[in-house]
Design a protein around this ligand. Structure first.
Ligand SMILES: *[C@@H]1O[C@H](CO)[C@@H](O)[C@H](O)[C@H]1NC(C)=O
Ligand SMILES: *[C@@H]1O[C@H](CO)[C@@H](O)[C@H](O)[C@H]1NC(C)=O
Ligand SMILES: *[C@@H]1O[C@H](CO)[C@@H](O)[C@H](O)[C@H]1NC(C)=O
Ligand SMILES: *[C@@H]1O[C@H](CO)[C@@H](O)[C@H](O)[C@H]1NC(C)=O
Length: 787
């Protein structure tokens, strides 16, 4: 529009304005003065004048820049770090190790397997506690496929006596309590000693035994190379190397008819076997690691959907056929029985050192004697219940900082999960106690999951039900599955949480005398000293933090929902193994004898979780480090590159250079955007500069969404995983970043010629999706310009 036309219009409107003003005054007087006014006329004249005013207004708008609209949100917000520090100190003081030990006593009083009345009772008691503390408590109920042994008829193994033709018992399938009276009392329950693996097929099989080491694919390959037949045999394997579920699947695929699992004393405690529990914190020869054999996560009957009444289900015959459930019977046995079995073998001695261990027997690969394995196992659809208890945030109630653990156990579960649950309860209690003081900025949500042991079922079903809501609201998930030691933290987390976790650990005192004498005064000091390398190259401020994999509920939050997650554990010095894992000896006596006699180590974990929680819930800018994520990604890309070149995949994948360069470019863009947002967050947190509410929301919306940018359901063949960086490619848990790409490359390298092409296609597809995810993360992070 030219100047002259503006002037022209301006002239016209001025006169219009005058006219209408006169008109209005006139009409007004007539309105007041006369009862004979015609209403339509008044209305139409009002409309005309309003229209005129509007035109004037719009024209003014075109002509002059308006002052910014009055904005009720122009209030500046400042970080109040001191208040958070003070709150943390107060809350820490309230935490009592004695109370945590007391909680463990009632949490681990009875055998409480998921789907049983005992576990339901426990969940309801937890719900009541939270209600009493003033939390808003919700139950989430599902009906899921679980599995049980026959406690009055345990699994047995017999050997045929060739001379008499009788079957002689080798394993009765259970252990008995021993040791001091207090310990025996706590262990006593007819169900405690029974050895079983959930989801095993029910049935009896007969055949000779082969020993397959850890039951990895490579182990079976070696047997094949040695011409040792697995088909039609019962396979003896030790725990370790790969998950239980993978061992059974591997044995099944090689034609085995049954499986016997044992914990090798070499790996589970004292090799001599005679100096074990209860004099030492190692697994004795007469008990086992219980556990699930599901080759899925979540209820196998409703993959990717919550197990609610309106959701259709797969039938179990089909599930076995598809391989989600084992098709052959399997049971664990104590190492005493394993040694007996080994001594009954008469085949080839294993020469491989890596196949031998601590059994008091020669390790043989096969034998001629005939065994009978009887497994009594029942599948049963049962109700389960999750508890979700919320302390509402006063400023940002729709942003959820979550703290969780499971409730169900294989036996009494005093370590796994009661140590974690009891510590979590103490955190919830002190927060509630100080609620007037603490009133968090964001909501704090305490979760207790059911049926975790069976295959992360309670948390999976909840995420499947609430996924869309979580996508909008979840900030982070802090998981404390169990505390099996007292010296140093063992943490697995996403890079976004590296800083807030080390900051939290720095604020917690190290209770261990010896650590303190050695100058390690805070939890962070010990963590840095014992933990190992910093995950960020060249950054010595960070302690060691692993990938957020592993078989506990946090894995579902990161892998399926893109919620930044951490799993917190504590280990004892020089002993990272927790040999009594899933055994009948996980009772309160054991916790006090070997982990925390005074509750101090458990209180330390509760303090650490408290500090991390209040920081995530109260810092005005969500304390995520985008820069660490960018840095970690670029380090992991270097690993990926090395792996692909090592496998020579780069020679076969078309346009490899172009594809990888795109990945690197996206990664640099992400790094730039991350640096910018971190810088802005730092200015705010150092209180140098306030921030307007809309800007603060813009920053937090971005930070909270970073992790979700890496979700891509279509990249995976299974609906159970979605995260391009942290999800495993198959059912096992990811042991490497970018497992989807790393494992596809590995599969390509070993595949038959006929399968190579489709694996290359998959590789190209995954690389493209990862590039896009990083590019999106960078794009999403860019902040609007500030005036
Ligand atoms: C368990 O075994 C006993 C025999 O000892 C049998 O009577 C009972 O029916 C079995 N229970 C189940 C659930 O199969
Ligand atoms: C193990 O037991 C044997 C006898 O049963 C004994 O001679 C040996 O000293 C014990 N070893 C340990 C480490 O206690
Ligand atoms: C398990 O198998 C036995 C036969 O080996 C059978 O008698 C029993 O009913 C089966 N139990 C279930 C729960 O299928
Ligand atoms: C810490 O753990 C070690 C190893 O199990 C144990 O010997 C020690 O008694 C524990 N400390 C406390 C205070 O319980």
């Amino acid at each position: 529009m030219s100047t002259s036309s503006v002037e022209l219009l301006e002239g016209t409107t001025t006169s219009w304005r005058k006219e209408s003003a006169v008109y209005l005054t006139e009409r007004k007087s007539s309105l007041i003065g006369s009862h004979h006014t015609s209403w339509p006329l008044v209305l139409s004249s009002l409309l005309i004048s309003f229209g005129a005013l509007l035109t004037v207004f719009l024209l003014l708008l075109i002509r002059t820049p308006l002052p910014p609209p009055v904005d009720p949100y122009r209030l500046q917000v400042w970080e109040d770090g001191k208040r958070i520090d003070l709150l943390g100190r107060r809350l820490q003081q309230g935490i009592s190790g004695g109370r945590i030990l007391d909680s463990i006593k009632w949490l681990a009083k009875e055998v409480h397997v998921a789907g049983t009345a005992e576990n339901e009772k426990l969940l309801n008691e937890l719900g009541k506690l939270y209600s009493g503390w003033g939390y808003d408590v919700r139950f989430f109920d599902y009906s899921v496929l679980l599995s049980y042994p026959n406690y009055t008829q345990p699994n047995t193994i017999e050997v045929l006596d060739d001379e008499s033709g009788d079957w002689l018992t080798v394993s009765t399938g259970f252990g008995t309590p021993k040791g001091p009276m207090e310990l025996r009392n706590q262990e006593s329950d007819v169900r405690s000693g029974v050895w079983w693996s959930a989801y095993s097929a029910n049935g009896t099989v007969e055949g000779s035994i082969v020993y397959a080491n850890y039951g990895r694919s490579a182990d079976f390959d070696m047997l094949k190379n040695m011409k040792i037949e697995v088909r039609g045999r019962i396979v003896l394997m030790r725990f370790g190397g790969v998950s239980r579920a993978v061992k059974i699947a591997e044995a099944e695929s090689r034609g085995a008819i049954g499986v016997v699992l044992f914990s090798d004393p070499l790996l589970s405690g004292s090799p001599s076997g005679n100096n074990s529990f209860p004099s030492d914190f190692s697994l004795p020869g007469d008990d086992v690691q219980r556990g699930g054999l599901l080759r899925a996560v979540g209820d196998p009957e409703t993959p990717s959907l919550p197990s609610l009444p309106f959701v259709p289900r797969q039938n179990t015959k089909r599930l076995r056929k598809m391989g989600a459930l084992p098709r052959i019977p399997a049971t664990p046995v104590g190492s005493d029985v394993a040694a007996r079995l080994m001594r009954l073998l008469d085949g080839t001695l294993t020469k491989e050192h890596r196949w031998q261990g601590g059994l008091s027997a020669d390790y043989r690969l096969s034998g001629s004697r005939r065994f009978r394995l009887s497994v009594h196992s029942t599948l049963s659809r049962r109700p389960i219940r999750n508890i979700v208890a919320t302390m509402r945030g006063v400023i940002e109630p729709d942003r959820w900082v979550m703290v969780g653990n499971h409730v169900d156990a294989w036996v009494k579960g005093a370590i796994d999960p009661a140590t974690g649950t009891a510590a979590q309860l103490e955190v919830a209690r002190v927060l509630a106690d100080a609620s007037i003081l603490s009133h968090p900025r964001r909501s704090i949500v305490f979760c207790h999951w059911d049926a975790e042991e069976f295959g992360l079922i309670g948390s999976s079903e909840w995420i499947e039900e609430m996924g869309r809501v979580l996508d909008a609201r979840a900030v982070a998930m802090i998981n404390v599955d169990h505390v099996a030691g007292n010296a140093s933290l063992q943490v697995k987390a996403v890079p976004l949480l590296y800083r807030v976790l080390s900051e939290a650990a720095q604020r917690v005192e190290q209770p261990d005398e010896i650590e303190r004498e050695n100058g390690r005064l805070t939890l962070l000091d010990s963590w840095k000293y014992h933990g190992g390398r910093s995950p960020i190259d060249g950054d010595r401020n960070l302690p060691h933090i692993g990938l957020p994999g592993g078989a506990s509920d946090h894995q579902r939050f990161i892998s399926l929902a893109g919620v930044p997650s951490v799993d917190i554990k504590m280990t004892s010095k020089g002993r990272s193994s927790y040999a009594l894992y899933h055994s009948m000896h996980e009772v309160p006596w054991t916790v006090e004898r070997f982990i925390s006699s005074d509750g101090a180590a458990l209180a330390t974990i509760a303090r650490f979780v408290t500090e991390a929680t209040i920081r995530l819930a109260n810092h005005v800018v969500v304390p995520f480090s985008a820069g660490d994520y960018a840095q970690a990604l670029s380090q992991w890309l270097t690993l990926l590159h090395a792996k692909l070149e090592h496998l020579e995949l780069h020679k076969y994948l078309s346009n490899y250079d172009l594809r990888f360069r795109a990945l690197i470019t996206a990664s640099s863009k992400f790094r730039e955007a991350a640096a910018a947002i971190d810088e802005r967050a730092k200015e705010i947190s150092l209180s140098k500069k306030g921030v307007s509410v809309p800007m603060l929301n813009a920053i937090n919306d971005r930070l909270i969404r970073i992790e979700r940018m890496f979700l891509d359901g279509q990249a995976f063949t299974s609906p159970l995983h979605k995260h391009l960086v942290f999800s495993p490619s198959k059912i096992a848990t990811a042991r490497t970043p970018f497992a989807l790409l790393m494992e596809t490359a590995q599969d390509w390298a070993t595949a038959e010629q006929s399968e190579k092409e489709s694996l290359l296609e998959r590789m190209a597809d995954s690389m493209a999706r990862l590039t896009l995810a990083m590019q999106s993360a960078a794009e999403m992070l860019v902040l609007p310009k500030e005036e």
